[in-house]
Design a protein around this ligand. Structure first.
Ligand code: SF4
Length: 339
């Protein structure tokens, strides 16, 4: 739903302008899910809005819960499925992982999203509605969304304009009012957009889906690396750090016997030493779309130890929700995903 269209509708029908502010608050602060819930509006106005506009473009199909994670399966108007994940962290953060495309054209070898046929970019409204769905869910518990990460289905920087517009709405004090520092965009390495994002005025964060410490292996795991090779990617990252003075998060999913050896850890140290970096180590979550395996916990610990010993900041990110296929690389819009 576009507020601009409603604004025009209000003007045309001589609805006083303060109604627009009330509508904005109802949607973005009270998280109403229908016009009927806006009781300050006269009945006739609610009916008119109902006839002419849809407050939701997406339809909630199902929610799956595990301890700290809730996955929302949503259906678009054109009958496609996307997934949004809420992660409830012990420190009180409520992080929404949003999707930005219907599947993904980049086809990373370990990723369930990339194993499916890419369909299209999501619109700005479809991105924002994912946060609205989660906000409505949290409202019932007197909680609110504190963080948003663009790490769900799809490559955000292939949908750059809609991502940027959606960030403005998330950050807007009269809308979600989520601090820019609590918003992170992750990319597999669309280099021109990293340079553009480095000039984006808000203090939002950047994460790089790295997953390999050398160019050759990265090209094998992530075909986008053939177009935008690792050395060029690191130059773009350096420019981002220079302009923003912010460290970058590097996501590294450890896959058994692929990128989890001592040699790989040393290569990663050499790649990131003297860079403002934090490595999030993820443990590969097996899924039906690939034969890769989860590494043993000993291998994970050994990998982290080498990074620690060499003063590379890193943490093992607990893959919240791997039992509901809601963890990194597992989102597949599963009502329609291929087997
Ligand atoms: S890891 Fe990210 S960029 Fe790669 S295929 Fe999956 S969704 Fe696309």
């Amino acid at each position: 739903m576009e507020l601009k269209e409603i604004e025009e509708f209000f003007k045309k029908n001589n609805v006083p302008s303060f109604r627009l502010k009330q509508l904005n608050d109802a949607i973005y602060k009270q998280y109403v899910s229908s016009f009927e819930e806006i009781k300050q509006f006269p009945k006739k106005l609610r009916e008119d809005l109902n006839r002419n506009f849809n407050i939701n473009e997406l339809k909630l199909i199902e929610t799956k819960k595990s301890n700290n994670t809730i996955k929302f399966l949503l259906k678009t108007k054109d009958e496609e499925y996307i997934e949004t994940v809420l992660m409830n962290h012990n420190d009180g953060r409520r992080t929404v992982c949003v999707s930005c495309q219907i599947f993904c054209p980049l086809g990373c070898k370990f990723c369930a999203t990339g194993a499916n046929q890419y369909k299209r970019n999501l619109t700005k409204n479809e991105i924002i509605e994912q946060v609205l769905f989660v906000s409505r869910y949290l409202k019932n518990k007197n909680e609110r969304v504190t963080n948003v990460v663009y790490m769900g289905m799809g490559e955000p920087f292939l949908n750059y304009e809609n991502i940027i517009e959606s960030i403005h709405i998330l950050n807007d004090k009269d809308k979600f009012n989520i601090g820019a520092r609590h918003i992170t965009v992750s990319t597999a390495g669309i280099i021109p957009k990293i340079y553009e994002y480095a000039k984006f005025p808000l203090q939002t964060r950047l994460a790089i889906s790295l997953h390999a410490p050398n160019n050759e292996l990265r090209s094998k795991l992530m075909p986008i690396n053939n177009k935008y090779p690792l050395p060029e990617l690191m130059k773009a990252c350096d420019e981002f750090v220079k302009l923003k003075n912010k460290r970058i998060s590097y996501e590294y999913v450890l896959i058994d016997n692929i990128n989890d050896s001592t040699k790989h850890a040393i290569q990663l140290v050499n790649l990131l030493k003297n860079r403002k970096a934090h490595v999030n180590l993820l443990i590969y979550n097996p899924h039906p779309f690939s034969d890769f395996k989860k590494p043993t916990i000993e291998k994970v610990k050994n990998f982290k130890k080498i990074l620690d010993e060499n003063n590379i900041q890193c943490s093992i990110r607990k893959s919240l929700g791997d039992d509901i296929s809601g963890a990194c690389g597992q989102l597949s819009g599963n009502k329609k995903s291929k087997k």
